[in-house]
Design a protein around this ligand. Sequence first.
Ligand code: C2O
Ligand code: CU
Ligand code: CU
Length: 462
Amino acid sequence: MKRRTLLKTGAAGFAGACFPTLSLAMGSADEASKAEYDYILTAEPAKARIAKGGDSDILGFNGQFPAPVIRAKQGKLLRVLFINKLDEATTVHWHGIRIKNSMDGVPHLTQPPVEAGESFLYEFTCPDAGTFWYHPHMNSVEQLGKGLVGALIVEEETPQDYHDVVIGLKDWRLKNDGSYLPLSIPREAFRDGTLGTIATVNGLQKPTIEVPAGERLRLRFLNMDNTRVFNLSMRDSAAQIIAIDGSPIDKPVPLDVHPTGAGMRLDVGFICPSEIAKEIPIYDMKGRFGVEICRLKTVAPAKKISNKTGIPALPVNPIPAPQLASAESLSFVFEWAGALSPSDAQGQVDHNFWLINRRAWSDHSHQHLPEPLAVLSLGKTYIFELHNATPHHHPIHLHGLIFTVLESDKKTITPFHTDTILLEKNERAKIAFVADNPGKWMFHCHVIEHMKTGLMGYITIA
Ligand code: C2O
Ligand code: CU
Ligand code: CU
């Protein structure tokens, strides 16, 4: 077992494609056998220059933003020693990993909170390769909003012939001088959520990311924002979607515009032009022309590149196929409790605006867990009929499992795997999965304010 420590990389190191981890030379074999983790990860207050006009007080994994990219190998044990250097409790959740329940990082539900000054050894195997991410599951508006979000890349058992480029998206609620605006505004929280004011890509505003000319790229987009939907597009450049939310699709399809909600990812294959200094803009298509979020720029490759043609499909992950004929259907309705006033009699903000099946998750009840939304039998296939009965979109996420999207009343679906489904306003959709992972699994909207104001629950698989 190799022991690695994360290097502190500056933002500049991040704009490129490689994310160095420092391999420590092993001492004695004895020491090697004692190495108990692959990464040391801290959560700690730090300063970062996000806004042009001044530093911001952020919360950073290893004190940095962007956070270190954690790389794991499919099917191999990953051990991350997590140290909480915040002045409050937290946890780390590994989004999209079909993990064992005790490592899922949900306070009270799967583990006790990691108190300030304490540490916790996260130790798990990633059965699926792909683009995943990690973040706390406590005080999330603030902890994620101030920077605790990072990419988790699980490499395929057989290396793929792609050059990796991680594109981490996160907006910040900052003034120009670097001080914070309120992270959540109640009237926004009961609509689409409070949007950021400064957009960053790998920690930089509208960066130019250097990529090797003539290479075949795997652009790994991660929407790690609390709120925003990115309608990702490369417009006229011939790019292909190769994976959605970590899960490869059977056959790559051209990327036109792909709506990517909070928490969601998109892997795009793209063959770089072989000319040097060619620039390729990437857009969030809102409005007619879209807004550029960053651009790629070709540079002379470090090594000679043999001619790349075509965008090969990635190997599929070992997700069990749902047995639809014998499946049980359960229905989940997402609603807004419009009758609730956002303030109670004491003038306190009432944090429950959103409901799943007429129930709101109350943040105060973390210590006294509510009943699960459903109890599923281990090994059986379930179809969830989802109904978004609100005039807002919701990226609905299930922990611990990867499901198949079967159909929607708003669009034609070619069934695909995912861990998060972006439900449009008033959309009804069906998803299915084999309940093969025992435990208590959160089921929530990934618009962080929505989850914090009710749109959260869990299912039990036993
Ligand atoms: Cu990114 Cu509860 O999840
Ligand atoms: Cu998750
Ligand atoms: Cu939502």
